[in-house]
Design a protein around this ligand. Structure first.
Ligand code: P5A
Length: 438
């Protein structure tokens, strides 16, 4: 993409309404624009990141054996009356009446809707287990929408739902998601710590939140200092094997959010306890028959008995992750995207559009990048070098490739790593090959 043509409405000033760094940087880098309180439009640069995150989430869901579906955003209130949650959900639910006076709602989550689908389709233990996921917009009329996309009213969630015959099988499905979440967040360069959590309006008595540590996180968190020595990956555990040891390993050390933590009962001596802040990027629940029983989602077991399905639900805040990744990875100059979610891998900068040699070399490189399938944003604008550099630093692409008259005399381009700031030179003929291999 040529920057001269790109719709990238960056801001010079720091917007006054943005209180945390990710919100400020997303507005300044032209990634999103607020439409109304807690509701955002995604502009080209922001949407690319959102889609990269979505792709990783999807890939890890599919790897774990889950199947993708897409449910509507608007639901009928009738289903929620069946489960008993219609009244309980309170003001956070956006309620709508259609032209026939029917009560509808914009889904804040989809337990009822998926239970309705499954109760009509699954009748026998032979059809189990099943795990269905979607990546779909949700609406929660949050009392305090804030921090940009981190606590929005409309937000993108990956939600999935597992269906099993008995509790042991349900627990295995829960463990699979636990492992899938560890892998998902690690691929985005995040360290997410699973913490025992309250299940709140979703229900059930087994639940973990996945928390990314960040100074600006909404939750106060308490965890054992040895977490710092845990490696980020969940290993290469096979999804068909017993995953309880992996889950036990990750839950062996104390970790709790302020909702759960009680200083008087905390088993960790003060000297070993770290207090910090965190962002909840995922939340998993096992709630057995909470929805299947009142909604009549039952199957026949091997002995011909009718039993309610054992269910769990699992959420990842896809749009929240865009903010969380920025909170975890930025500096004074702007965003530092991990390669896996970067909107483009390379920012190509032509320092002198008025110099024929620079123009020719830059255009040549740009064409070669495109041919090699390297994602590149090409600053071909007639701007000052300083403005170009600060713009590239702000939007945070992992690599900057600069063409200038001095380098060209030696036949080289300058390569800068956004993360380390380290600069090297590469022969022009080597540049595309170098990035095509990353
Ligand atoms: C699990 C999937 C659920 O809704 N039902 C379906 C369960 N869980 S949850 O914890 O309430 O939400 C899952 C994740 O969604 C993100 N999230 C939000 N992101 C942005 N703005 C919000 N207002 C918001 N609320 C929830 C979080 O990442 C949460 O872990």
């Amino acid at each position: 993409m040529r920057l001269s043509k790109y719709f990238l409405p960056t801001l010079k000033e720091t917007p006054a309404e943005a209180r945390i760094v990710s919100h400020r940087l997303m507005l300044r880098a032209g990634m999103v624009r607020q439409a109304s309180t807690g509701i955002y439009s995604w502009l080209p640069l922001g949407l690319r990141v959102l889609q990269k995150i979505e792709a990783i989430v999807r890939d890890e869901q599919v790897n774990s054996g889950a199947q993708e579906i897409l449910m509507p955003t608007i639901q009928s209130a009738d289903l929620w009356k069946e489960s008993g949650r219609y009244e309980d959900y309170g003001k956070e639910m956006l309620r709508i009446t259609d032209r026939h006076g029917r009560e509808m709602l914009y889904g804040p989550t989809n337990e009822e809707q998926i239970t309705d689908i499954v109760r009509h389709a699954i009748k026998s233990y032979k059809d189990l287990p099943k795990n269905l996921f979607q990546i779909q917009w949700k609406f929660r009329d949050e009392i305090r929408p804030r921090f940009g996309v981190m606590r929005g009213r409309e937000f993108l969630m990956k939600d999935n739902y597992s269906f099993d015959l008995d509790e042991a099988a349900g627990r295995h499905s829960y463990n699979k998601m636990f492992v899938a979440y560890l892998r998902t967040f690690a691929r985005m360069g995040l360290r997410a710590i699973p913490m025992a959590a309250e299940s709140g309006p979703i229900g059930g008595d087994l639940s973990h939140e996945f928390i990314v540590l960040a100074a600006t996180g909404e939750s106060e968190v308490f965890y054992h200092k040895d977490f710092d020595r845990f490696d980020a990956m969940a290993g290469d555990a096979d999804y068909n094997s017993d995953l309880q040891p992996v889950v036990d390993h990750w839950t062996s050390l104390y970790a709790a959010t302020d909702e759960q933590h009680d200083a008087r009962k905390c088993p960790v001596p003060e000297a070993d306890l770290v207090t910090g802040r965190g962002i909840e990027v995922g939340h998993v629940f096992f709630f057995g028959a909470k929805y299947s029983k009142p909604m009549g989602a039952v199957v026949q077991d091997a002995d011909g008995n009718t039993v309610p399905l054992q269910m769990g639900s699992y959420g990842i805040g896809v749009s929240r992750l865009v903010g969380a990744i920025i909170e975890a990875s930025h500096d004074q100059a702007g965003i530092i995207w991990p390669e896996s979610v970067a909107p483009y891998l390379v920012g190509l900068i032509n320092l002198r559009t008025d110099d024929e040699g620079c123009l020719k070399a830059s255009e040549g490189l740009y064409a070669a990048f495109l041919k090699a399938g390297v994602e590149v944003l090409y600053d071909d604008r007639a701007e000052r070098p300083g403005a170009k550099f600060s713009n590239m630093d702000l939007i945070g692409l992992p690599w900057q490739v600069t063409i200038g008259p001095k380098g060209l005399e030696k036949g080289v381009a300058e390569i800068k790593s956004r993360a380390s700031g380290e600069r090297t030179e590469l022969k022009l003929s080597e540049v595309v090959k170098h990035f095509a291999h990353l």
